[in-house]
Ligand binder design. Sequence first.
Ligand code: ADE
Length: 238
Amino acid sequence: MWRASVLTLFPEMFPGPLGISLTGKALTSGIWSLDAHDIREHTTDKHRTVDDTPAGGGAGMVLKPDILARAIDAVADANASEIRPKLLMTPRGAPLTQARVSQLSAGPGVTIVCGRFEGIDERVIAARGLEEVSIGDYVLSGGEIAALALLDACVRLLPGVLGAAASAEDESFSHGLLEYPQYTRPQEFEGQAIPEILTSGDHGKVAAWRKAQAEALTRTRRPDLWAAYQARPKPQKG
Ligand code: ADE
């Protein structure tokens, strides 16, 4: 079973949307597990204090390293073959990619720390070997929604989660291109017809049309992905 442990000040945000639909069914059927832990449970003072003012001054509050380290240690993996990457969701992390999602999904699971406030004490990041991950160049009010996004992306790749096994193969990013346009009945919608090639029954032509569409979309919408696609290593002949 693929295991996810989440450390948060808001454990009630989990499983949230992951309890519904594909990921929810996979959770119920035991393909993956999710445990959300309240960081506050690891405080020792009467007021259950998790944060303090930033050293050097400034606005906001910083999550205390001793409390967070205790919370992380409490969910630590016991045996070496089970050791899961420990991620910290933060806008200053490495941008999450489908390639990293794919690797995480192929492993034993993840432990995820959700940041809040202005941040967490820098020392705990190195002390516990946290991998900083961002889900995009915008700022959320905490790491929880980012954790939900990362988990959704990982879980849908687990064996047995997607109904049509092929559908993860074909989609955006798996070959470095955006997905080609899709159509279904009716044949005509508000004056627009389905492209003729798609109803021709010629599978070769359909595949070529889809590839050309995917390439054109990627070139115009995502020049960054297009450059990477063009620079990709090509299979060697002979
Ligand atoms: N926490 C706040 N903003 C975030 C982001 N963009 N990615 C990951 N974690 C975050």
